[in-house]
Design a protein around this ligand. Structure first.
Ligand code: F6R
Length: 606
């Protein structure tokens, strides 16, 4: 998390630094800061920080010297130390300013040894040791790159850093290990950022630093170094700077989340098309089992899809949470593909899981929404979702796009394995292709779902229940509710209700039940009866004739799915309804749904 931006060119740096930070606020928005170097100013370095978003930083910058042509900037998601001006980056010591993304794991030991040598610290952050270490190595007579290389040898953990020195107005220096960092060249200078998309408006070409590399940016270009010396840049490492698809404006929508919910029919359809022709590796076709690895919503998408793969393609699947999977020392059993799912393609735990799978010699497949991401660069095979840029912190269109890609891949793998024939696959695909119009119907019915959201008035906790792949949708719906409305919620397989959660039900508790038509509808009706008998506020989400199946209960009515791919279509529609429900509960509570407290869009720390 945290966003880094830096620029050196012939024009005042401040406006570009602020603009760059704005495009990075999805990575964190609890505080922001900037450092600029200008030898002509009254002081060679100007450092300004503010709590809150970039607008607050822009206010704090007003009236400050702003002619510097070189600077670094940072938007923070707090890990060590609460959000405050002191803890905001850049951290400065001895004329050296540093912005950092990642976590320095041995910061306590470094603080202790630096402290014993007479250094004192002004913040609670792990980052503050970095300018101190660089200063120590500079005092040994090393140049900027040598001092940063010396510091890197002492740091453990993951980091991307950008550094400016008050005695060098002609260069900014950056380095990485573990956390993403991209440099870019433009006609008027050089840029850097933690996200390639942030460089697209300015740069012609961009290059992602490899672990251990140090980049020196000057007005006339970028030079790469390693501690042992200069690196000749292989020209093929430069890529054209590409803006991510999907404009990051919210138009007439009240929130990005609402816009992103609304875009789902198109993004779902694009993702189906994109994956119809993608090459499927033999490792997947011949797999005797598949392990999915992901975090958060992406892990719930994996759970939904694993039920499809088992049913349709007959492949046993296991879903593992990336932060657990990565801690394994070995993965027992025969070699089998590991499928990593990630919207950002940068999530630290999922990336570490990918690296572990590779180390163990397992074939790796990444499904990502950001084609230039680290996971896309490292996995053996890459599939893409076409959700476009997702600004709101809560995953919506990226989640349904993951389901779209996984559904198509599931059908194609099933045909290649001979689990279903071409005719069955064609019929199911036709069903999938019709799904965007049904998603649009659910979105168009948002008004009714908003009314249903009133059942959450005053609620402090909620339950979501479903069966089969809808149990995973229930967990995703509960996650959506907690992250944007701060109402505690849990998702359960509906059959588990009487094995514990029923004890929670009282007249204040909303219970959302996913119960589509089909063999489990009757069982769902029993769960609903059990909740109602305890006074719980049930909401039944169904494509069935709800009034007949569960009379006297409010319903969210979904389009009726009867085709051969109904088992794939229903969870997608349920999921869209639950997104809309969570949105309206959050709005009724006056919460900034696009930027819920304590969260960030891209979780690049462990
Ligand atoms: C929830 C949400 C998160 C992400 C998780 C993984 O709405 O967005 O739970 O799904 O942080 O992120 P990616 O998919 O980028 O690896």
């Amino acid at each position: 998390m945290c966003g880094i931006f830096g620029v050196i060119n012939g024009e005042p740096a401040a406006p570009k630094l602020l603009e760059g930070l704005r495009s990075l606020e999805y990575r964190g928005y609890d505080s922001a800061g900037i450092a600029m170097v200008d030898p002509r100013g009254s002081a060679p370095m100007t450092v300004v920080k503010a709590i809150g978003g970039v607008d607050r930083l822009a206010d704090a910058l007003r009236g400050r010297p702003a002619d510097a042509v070189l600077g670094i900037a940072h938007t923070r998601w707090a890990t060590h130390g609460q959000p405050s001006v002191d803890n905001a980056h850049p951290h400065v010591h001895a004329g050296i300013a540093v912005v950092h993304n990642g976590i320095i794991e041995n910061h306590a030991a470094l603080r202790a040894s630096l402290g014993a040598a007479g250094h004192s610290f002004a913040t609670d952050t792990d980052t503050e040791v970095i300018p101190h270490l660089i200063a120590v190595h500079r005092a040994e007579g090393r140049d900027a790159v040598g001092a940063i290389a010396g510091a890197m040898q002492e740091l453990s953990g993951s980091y991307a850093i950008a550094v400016v020195f008050d005695d060098d107005p002609d260069a900014l220096v950056a380095a990485r290990k573990g956390s993403p960092l991209v440099v870019g060249c433009a006609r008027d200078g050089a840029y850097l950022s933690s996200d390639a998309a942030a460089l697209a408006p300015y740069c012609d070409k961009v290059l992602a630093l490899d672990d251990g590399e140090i980049a020196v940016l000057r007005r006339d270009g970028v030079e790469l170094r390693r501690p042992e010396g200069k690196i000749r840049i292989d020209e093929s490492r430069w890529a054209p700077a590409r803006a991510s698809t999907g404009a990051a404006t919210r138009g007439a929508f009240a929130h990005f989340m609402l816009k992103e919910i609304d875009e789902q029919p198109d993004r779902f359809a694009d993702t189906i098309t994109a994956n119809l022709k993608a090459e499927i590796p033999n490792a997947l076709v011949e797999a005797r089992r598949i392990t999915f690895v992901a975090c958060g919503s992406s892990a719930y998408a994996a759970s939904v899809a694993s039920a499809w793969l088992e049913d349709v393609a007959g492949i046993p699947c296991k879903v593992e949470i990336a932060s657990e999977f990565r801690m394994r020392r070995r993965i027992p059993g025969e070699a089998h593909p590991v499928v990593l799912i990630s919207q950002s393609g940068e999530t630290a735990d999922t990336l570490a899981a990918l690296r572990l799978a590779k180390e163990q010699g397992l074939p790796t497949v990444a499904l990502v929404n950001v084609a230039a991401s680290q996971m896309a660069r490292e996995a053996d095979t890459v599939f893409e979702t076409r959700a476009g840029k997702e600004v709101s912190v809560a995953a919506t269109k990226s989640f349904t796009a993951q389901l779209a890609a996984l559904a198509v891949l599931c059908l194609r793998i099933a045909v290649l394995r001979g689990s279903i024939d071409e005719t069955q696959a064609r019929l199911m695909l036709a069903d999938l292709r019709a799904l965007p119009q049904h998603i649009a119907t659910v979105v168009a019915g948002a008004g009714k779902i908003a009314q249903a959201a009133e059942r959450f008035e005053g609620a402090r906790s909620a339950l979501y229940l479903g069966r089969g792949s809808s149990a995973a949708v229930a967990c995703e719906g509960a996650l959506k509710l907690k992250e944007i409305s701060y109402v505690h919620a849990e998702g359960y397989a509906a059959g588990e209700l009487k094995h514990g959660p029923l004890a929670l039900v009282d007249t204040a508790m909303p219970v959302v039940v996913l119960g589509a038509s089909g063999p489990v509808l009757e069982k769902t009706a029993s769960a609903i009866a059990e909740v109602r008998a305890r006074g719980g506020r049930v909401l039944h989400v169904t494509d069935a004739d709800g009034a007949a199946a569960t009379p006297d209960v409010p319903h969210v009515v979904l389009p009726r799915m009867t085709g051969p791919a109904a088992a794939i279509a229903v969870p997608v529609l349920e999921c869209v309804a639950l997104q809309i429900l969570a949105y309206h509960v959050a709005v009724a509570r006056g919460i900034n749904v696009d930027r819920p407290r304590n969260l960030a869009k891209s979780v690049t720390v462990e």
